[in-house]
Ligand binder design. Structure first.
Ligand code: C5P
Length: 224
């Protein structure tokens, strides 16, 4: 069977990662969470006091940063490693969430991540989720999905996700963070979040995870 690239873009907290992971598992494809890569860079910047407005410091940091994903059989998940250390927990917290969109506007950070993502997806047979996969990273992806959902529903889901990771964050703070990231992600100069012309839209406000996964698998099977 032909292997393809499935690009899933969309807003934060509409279920992209969970859906993408399950689609990848069903097709026996690799899953790449590109948001985790921008989060790992942001975590490094915070840890090493890298000033995002200082191009030399950014360049130097990017030379030092190594990002990999390794499968953890205990959790059944691909986890994010920064320079050999598992940072999966650290990159999901509010501190990183507060800064990641700002760091993601930097053209050098983007070009570095896009290069890495293209390498990771070169052999195809991959489901990649993010903000610019169908428009910039793999504009020739065989299947493109644009996911969206009602803002309040997204905020409630993100708050629940954080709670499951033992982080109690007020709903208002979650909403504020999502709104700020939506704004930066859709208005930045370099590959802003937008629907690729040939992407299918899936609104997950009222769909179950099984339905979302089923829709994408059906589309994938007609493409393969
Ligand atoms: O997917 P997640 O919400 O973890 O992504 C965190 C942030 O990383 C996004 O809000 C966005 O600023 C940035 N991002 C990006 N391009 C991608 C993936 C994520 O700019 N392909």
């Amino acid at each position: 069977m032909k292997k393809i690239v499935i690009a899933i873009d969309g807003y934060s907290a509409c279920g992209k990662s969970s859906t993408a992971k399950r689609v990848a598992a069903q097709l026996n494809y690799a899953y790449i969470d590109t948001g985790a890569m921008y989060r790992a860079v942001t975590y490094y910047f915070l840890q090493h006091f890298v000033n995002p407005t200082n191009p030399k410091a950014v360049e130097q940091a990017l030379k030092t940063i190594g990002i990999e994903f390794h499968y953890n059989p205990k959790t059944g998940e691909n986890e994010t490693y920064l320079n050999g250390l598992n940072v999966e927990k650290e990159i999901r917290g509010m501190e990183v969430s507060e800064r990641v969109s700002e760091v993601s506007t930097l053209p050098r950070v983007r070009s570095c991540m896009v290069e890495l993502q293209r390498k990771m997806g070169k052999k195809k047979g991959v489901v990649m989720d993010g903000r610019d996969i169908g428009t910039t990273v793999f504009p020739d992806a065989e299947l493109k999905i644009f996911m969206t959902a009602d803002f309040n529903e997204r905020a409630a889901r993100r708050q629940q996700e954080l709670l499951e990771k033992k982080q109690l964050v007020a709903l208002e703070a979650v909403k504020e963070n999502l709104a700020k990231r939506d704004h930066i992600d859709t208005t930045r100069a370099e590959s802003p979040l937008r629907k690729a012309e040939d992407a299918y839209v899936i609104d997950t406000t009222h769909t179950t995870m099984d339905e979302q996964v089923g829709m994408i698998l059906d589309m994938a099977r007609t493409t393969i």
